[in-house]
Design a protein around this ligand. Structure first.
Ligand code: DX5
Ligand code: ZN
Length: 220
């Protein structure tokens, strides 16, 4: 699987978001991970489609939009028009998960489903083949800078072996507490797309950090 680094702008300087996105682009990021928080599904509030749209002309990199919202389907169209390339919804809020995935794909963007740490993999049983990516939360969503939950290592392994047994080239993204200290082990467990917020933005040199993280994850 191709290794990708997806820095999260949740840890960026919000007063100069455009420049931060340009910095990530020049620094070799693969995706721009954009955390949308609605103050209901998670306690925190971030930004909406207007901000995503305002950032769109700053980079050609794919916008990886993570919707931590109670009612994501009401906003899919807006986020697509704002320039999203991948839209991730949380399984926990969607009684009609299959329908939600279809709606995202019909808009011509990639569809991903995210699971909180305590949500079992079995909720994906009948939709896995329809997905471009699964996002396994490795912290409880809502804030940057939290600690990776060690029990998630086994969850990643299980999902990769399930995808392999089904012959699926599934992207497995991990989000929360990913750093230079654990990215190699997380990669060996089977993840290939790594969200990193505080690790990148708290680094002395974010560009260097992106490169180092990619090298570690690639085992080179
Ligand atoms: C957490 C968000 C993450 C967050 C990760 O709810 O979904 O994308 O930015 O931040 P770090 O990498 O600092 O754990
Ligand atoms: Zn996220």
């Amino acid at each position: 699987m191709v290794i990708k680094i997806a820095p999260s702008i949740l840890s960026a300087d919000f007063s100069r978001l455009g420049e931060e996105v340009e910095m990530l682009d020049k620094g070799g990021a693969d995706y721009i991970h954009i955390d949308i928080m609605d103050g209901h599904y998670v306690p925190n509030l971030t930004f909406g489609p207007i901000v995503v749209k305002a950032l769109r002309d700053r980079t050609q990199l794919p916008f990886d939009v993570h919707l931590m919202m109670t009612n994501p389907m009401d906003y899919i169209d807006d986020f697509v028009h704002a320039g999203s390339d991948i839209i991730t919804v949380h399984a926990e809020v969607l009684p009609h998960l299959h329908r939600a995935i279809e709606q995202i794909k019909q808009k011509g963007v990639k569809a991903a489903v995210s699971l909180n740490p305590s949500t079992p993999l079995s909720v994906l049983d009948y939709v896995l083949e329809d997905l471009d990516m699964v996002l396994l939360m490795t912290v409880n969503p809502g804030y940057g800078g939290q600690q990776f939950i060690p029990a998630m290592m086994n969850k990643i392994r299980k999902l990769r072996s399930k995808a392999d047994s089904m012959n699926l080239n599934l992207d497995i993204q991990v989000d929360g507490g990913i750093s230079l200290d654990n990215i190699k082990e997380v990669s060996q467990a089977g993840a290939n797309i790594f969200v990193a917020g505080s690790a990148v933005f708290n680094a002395q040199n974010p560009k260097e950090m992106i490169n180092q993280m990619r090298k570690e994850a690639s085992g080179s």
